[in-house]
Design a protein around this ligand. Sequence first.
Ligand SMILES: Cc1ncc(COP(=O)(O)O)c(CNCCCC(=O)O)c1O
Length: 460
Amino acid sequence: MTLVESAPTSAVTGGPSLPQERRLVTAIPGPKSIELMSRKTEAVAAGVGATIPIFTAAAGGGVVVDVDSNSLIDLGSGIAVTGVGNSNPRVVAAVAEQLERFTHTCFTVAPYDSYVEVAEALNRLTPGDFTKRSALFNSGAEAVENAVKIARHYTRKQAVVAFDHAYHGRTNLTMGLTAKNQPYKNGFGPFAPEIYRAPLSYPFRDGGLDGVEAAERAILQIEKQIGVENLAALIIEPIQGEGGFIVPADGFLPTLLAWTRANGVVFIADEVQTGFGRTGQWFASDAEGIVPDIIVTAKGIAGGLPLSAVTGRAEIMDAAQVGGLGGTYAGSPIACAAALATIDAYENDGLIERAAAIGEVLLGRLNELAASDPRIGDVRGRGAMVAIELVDPATGAPDAAITGRVAGAAHKAGVIVLTCGTYGNVIRFLPPLTIGDDLLLEGLGVIADVLAADTGAVAA
Ligand SMILES: Cc1ncc(COP(=O)(O)O)c(CNCCCC(=O)O)c1O
């Protein structure tokens, strides 16, 4: 792509008013990003990485503008967070108003209505027509930790089973629940006890098992290696995120759920990445026809502000003693204001329907590519959560090398795209639900061009 004349020099503000274009004024990264990156190296712990070496000046709609005035197509949404768009006007207005009133009291010290309103909304919107309760936290991992605390307290049992390829966070317990060693777990042990792993339904790689067969395989292993009498909870992502956007075969989740119901095991759906419209429904559980006992949400919940939630059956959620749940910033008033505005946007701006429409565009275009490129072994996902798994055409083996090259070349061409997968060979597409079709298709066109240009030779 040729460089264009520099962008407007006025202060760049975010939101949908940003020019919705891919615009390269400098190479990626530009000089200001390079300078900031050297400062980052000197000031920030090395373990805090950066997928794309640019520094952000503004974002909105379907673009991120960097400090060198490059405008990049955003197919990452800050890892499935800014579904309603960066600096969504509803969110900006609600947060500004809250900031003027008060910034923090600690809900477990001096409560405030917005926390209750968020809980009421979550209880209404999540699957299940039974009485529910919610508790709010800051991060997805913190919510997962508390979902497990609650399930253990309710069942008086300790064991928890997670699945192959799972990702649940970076805290000690959630690292234990997470499957992939590098970069998430290596060197950070020992991990919490009483965490076990079961095989997942991975249709592209598990040899044609249908959903029921895959579930029965997992259940047998759980019964023989853990024992139902010890098992407090089963936690699973309805569509795995960091593990590679793995959509289980039909029947897998309902079979697991039925088994948990019959055996006094709490079924926890981790919808941190799949929740809040991302898959074209409010929650991925909806499409799977399952009603979890507990659902964990975060990411898309508050338009980019840090908020997470545990929502579940009242009898389970109320099991913990008073004072057993909380945290200084848990359900902060700023994040709750953002969440109420975000939920308003989902409900009134057609964004969930938009996610489903984006899914049609993504699946259509990526399946077109796959039809003529055997390096694309699988195209999968739902709504604005779709991925391609890249393989060696001769053997079907995961190909992490081409995955890295394609993502890197896309970044340099002005498209923010993320990879994932246990084998590092999945390119995922997580656009903001506010992206236009033209920009989305332009971003996919860049991926197509980069794939076509990749001859396997590693650039010198
Ligand atoms: C299903 C699922 N559960 C839990 C989490 C954890 O959510 P936190 O808000 O990052 O703690 C995630 C976060 N996924 C992206 C993390 C990326 C990174 O840390 O580099 C998730 O996807």
